[in-house]
Design a binder for this molecule. Sequence first.
Ligand code: FAS
Ligand code: PHB
Length: 387
Amino acid sequence: MHTQVVIIGAGPAGLLLSHLLANDGVDAVIVESRSRAYVEKRIRAGILESSSVELLESAGVGERLRKEGMEHRGIYLQWPGHRHKFDFVDLVGRGVWVYGQTEVTKDLGAARDADGQVTFYGASDVALHDVDSENPYVTFVDESGTGDRIDSQVIAGCDGFHGPSRASIDDATVMEREYPFAWLGVLADVAPSTDELIYAWHPDGFAMHSMRSHDVSRFYLQVDPGEDIGEWSDDRIWSELRKRLAHDDWDLQIGDITEKSVLPMRSFVCTPMRQGRLFLAGDSAHIVPPTGAKGLNLAIADVGLLAAALGSYLKTGSTELIDAYSDTALRRVWRCTHFSWWMTTTLHQHGDAFDDQLQLSQLRLLASSKAAAKGLAENYAGLPIGY
Ligand code: FAS
Ligand code: PHB
């Protein structure tokens, strides 16, 4: 089989890249190891920066988002006795959207169906070949058990943290930081008890109140990295959330918990994001702790750059944008890596009284200084694409 671009991975990065390329008249085939149903059901991110929404809309996949997504002006940061609202629209002129990654993936999958392009779901033994040649190719076994090969001009590694593409980057510089805590993520059929997301510092550990719709809420609790989810009954979860999110006469509504899981936390950056005709985008190249709501938005930003670069190269032969891709993408990657590290280290309990005082001082400064609040708003609401 021949195509212009083979994309490994049908998560948000792979699906968005294929759709942007199709809009640009470039042919792409996706090879994905999981089933479509599995990919579309995977519960992950919930926040889209306005630049992500603009890119999805420009690609023609923003209609349901605009209808069903929830536009948010900002967030609350809280610590015992204090809950402070940050209005990003007032501070920096833009807010964020609440729209689950599952919905983004479904919308992108539907767009790909309409593009009529080929996606191999359920592939195994996916391997990259000759990435430094002018004709790189991918081999795999399709879900019927038949061996396949796709020859191309470019391979896009959109296969996430555990995919094979990153291994093809020769002499990659990998920088990684593991955090001494994890998140217990909870999905519940209960209307949110707040209008904006609440990020809460608490002496017993971080907690967050997020949401997916007017009827479904999403919560996170700081736990130990090796936490056994079996130790967390629904009652224990609600009791801990009520304690850590408590504020004045505010009450947390509870409901049926439909999903709970422990999510690890790490920062990870692979440099460069290119090897010959192989380009990495999204989690295959970088991972951020979810505290800053940057993972999905970074994947979208990478893909916006990569789609333009590949379109220019494959249609005109110009290598200017593909040669600049890795350095340009990494500038935003490091900005978001720093912001996610800062949000994570500022809001999570380290079990150290000195750290507690530093963190509380930082939170008081954010609540009292417009300059400090603008810095938070600019990073959380997202920097313009191409930063
Ligand atoms: P993805 O991992 O989404 O997609 C990669 C795809 O490649 C997958 O479908 C995978 O099956 C496929 N693949 C892997 N190996 C393959 C192979 N050998 N062959 C073919 N295909 C292969 N971000 C936030 O902003 N907020 C959050 O709350 C948040 N929570 C998260 C929770 C979890 C458990 C995880 C893992 C991530 C979370 N993230 C969150 C980050 C997440 O949203 C990612 O940033 C986003 O999924 C990145 O999209 P992709 O780069 O497409 O990678
Ligand atoms: C989510 O809703 O899943 C979410 C929101 C904001 C974050 C992390 C996760 O910072």
